[in-house]
Design a protein around this ligand. Structure first.
Ligand code: NCN
Ligand code: DMD
Length: 351
């Protein structure tokens, strides 16, 4: 059995009894029933996922997985592929959007090189787990080999196992990779069977002509590679990305270890979709951070069965939405842990 199979075997449904206990505890707090809305869901679910009524939310980590994409040869992005390593250096220096928002939310960012087409020579702070120097152009053939996809999934699983060992309370996904909205659209198109044009958008900001070409490249790649919609690993291998595979691995690993996982935008959700197609119970562990501007995002979320927490017109990626959502999820946990009950506060209950 490979590590993906052993991880899938470890995934169990969340503890339904704890879910109920946590809701009962919330119902005794000094507030009309249900009046803290989704914050109550966050508190209840984090308790059940982590197996305790008193989750310690101190340690929160966002994993930004970075990779390059051969499909950029088709002219699918508004930026050159060199921006991926350039932005990686910016992130290591603490100057990227995710660094700012993670600092704001009290979250650590870890940048993981799963497949950038650049030699970093042991750059300080970068976690080097490079599987390949980018994927191949999926408009011309498969993006990866099955072994590469498995190796990249393992990168994410290893980070989740490490979180368990370190006592990380909540993990977040993020990514960096010029061209990666193209494989993300291809993944939801392959799995849903919906028309590519209804799932493909402007990524970093392409114009109408480039968007038409991006749709053409994805349609060509799907027709050529014929990914099997019933085999998520096949979809990942043929039209996916190395960082998307690592995100899928992180989500699987978090589910296996009982760690809530906060999924960022469009590309992260493509990874989470692969994971949830691999095992139905994975969705119990997922929090969808926000609704991305990318038009295909809501179809991924619908398929996973997740409702986004925020809707801020964001489309940066990196884990920026995850950082913001983590603060709200933590707020829900604090309500569960810290709010006084009617009895403690001497407040009269409903007539
Ligand atoms: O997270 C999102 O929803 C999102 C939407 C559009 C673009 N991005 C980011 O922009 C890059 C991909 O855009 P593109 O146009 O190069 O495919 C990649 O580095 C992502 O982090 C991210
Ligand atoms: C500048 C820039 C920053 C990014 N962060 C994630 N994707 C990105 C793409 C670009 C182009």
């Amino acid at each position: 059995m490979n590590i993906v199979e052993t991880t899938l075997e470890r995934i169990k449904p969340v503890n339904a009894e704890l879910l109920q206990q946590a809701q009962a505890k919330l119902d005794n707090k000094t507030k009309p029933l249900g009046s803290l809305g989704r914050l109550e869901e966050f508190g209840r679910r984090v308790a059940a996922i982590s197996g305790t009524m008193n989750p310690d939310t101190t340690k929160k980590v966002i994993f930004t997985f970075a990779g390059d994409h051969g499909v950029t040869d088709e002219g699918v992005s508004a930026f050159p592929k060199e921006v991926t390593p350039q932005m990686a250096f910016n992130m290591l220096a603490g100057g990227a959007g995710v660094n700012v928002l993670a600092r704001h939310a009290g979250v650590e960012v870890r940048l993981v090189d799963v497949g950038m087409d650049y030699d970093f020579n042991g750059a300080l702070g970068l976690i080097d787990r490079k599987v390949a120097r980018g994927t191949k152009n999926f408009a011309k053939g498969p993006a990866m080999t099955r072994d590469q996809a498995l190796a990249a999934l393992k990168v994410g699983i290893d980070q989740a196992d490490q979180c368990k060992a370190e006592g990380v309370a909540m993990a977040g996904t993020g990514e960096l990779g010029i061209g990666n909205t193209t494989p993300s659209s291809a993944i939801i198109a392959a799995i849903s069977g919906m028309p590519v044009k209804d799932l493909t958008h402007r990524g970093t900001g392409i114009n109408d002509a480039a968007l038409a070409n991006k749709i053409r490249a994805i349609e060509q790649g799907l027709a050529l590679n014929r990914p099997d919609p019933k085999d998520p690993l096949d979809v990942l291998t043929k039209v996916g990305g190395l960082e998307i595979a690592a995100i899928a691995g992180l989500v699987l690993g978090c589910a296996a270890n009982g760690i809530p996982v906060v999924v960022d935008g469009f590309i992260s959700t493509a990874g989470a979709l692969i994971a949830s197609e691999m095992h139905p119970n994975v969705r119990d562990y997922i929090f969808a951070a926000h609704a991305s501007v990318e038009i295909g995002h809501r179809f991924m979320l619908e398929r996973i069965g997740a409702t986004p927490i925020l809707d801020l017109n964001m489309r940066l990626g990196e884990g920026t939405g995850a950082a913001l959502a983590m603060g709200l999820i933590e707020a829900g946990v604090k309500v569960l842990k810290e709010m006084a009950t009617f009895e403690q506060a001497g407040v009269a209950e409903q007539l």
